[in-house]
Design a protein around this ligand. Sequence first.
Ligand code: ZN
Length: 163
Amino acid sequence: MRFLLDGSLGRLGRSLRMFGIDAEMDTQDLHYLIGRAQREGRILLTRRAVRPERIPATLKVIRIKEDHPERQVVSVLKWLGSPIPKAEWFSRCLLCNRLLEEVPSASVEGIVPDHVLLVHSHFRLCGGCGRVYWPGTHRANMEKRMERWAFEAWGDLGGEKGG
Ligand SMILES: [Zn+2]
């Protein structure tokens, strides 16, 4: 499932990327967004009301009615229907939406602070913007928030599809 979000949904886009969801953002006008979403096979998420006659038959448009960013995330997760496995969380760059690659600590020496290198052995690198990610305190806090959203939307923590 791939999405394209209009410029007013920046925070929502970032939150979707945290779950590993492919969420491109674009600040251009609605006409352009409709064209791009269609070209790239994306579902368009917008806050605006789009007249049905403007929506091509092959394009899916979802209007986000919630104002609060957290409510927006939960509503999209609900719309997805099934939980995203936790293994897929944090797999995407929050800045540019690219999938991250696992890299050994040797390859991030000099990029991340020494004290981080000492305690972590797993790093993920964005081939697009060069940002390096590792599971620190900040991520633990994000994960708590995400578990709350996941529970609200799916009734479980987005993993373990037991039995
Ligand atoms: Zn990036």
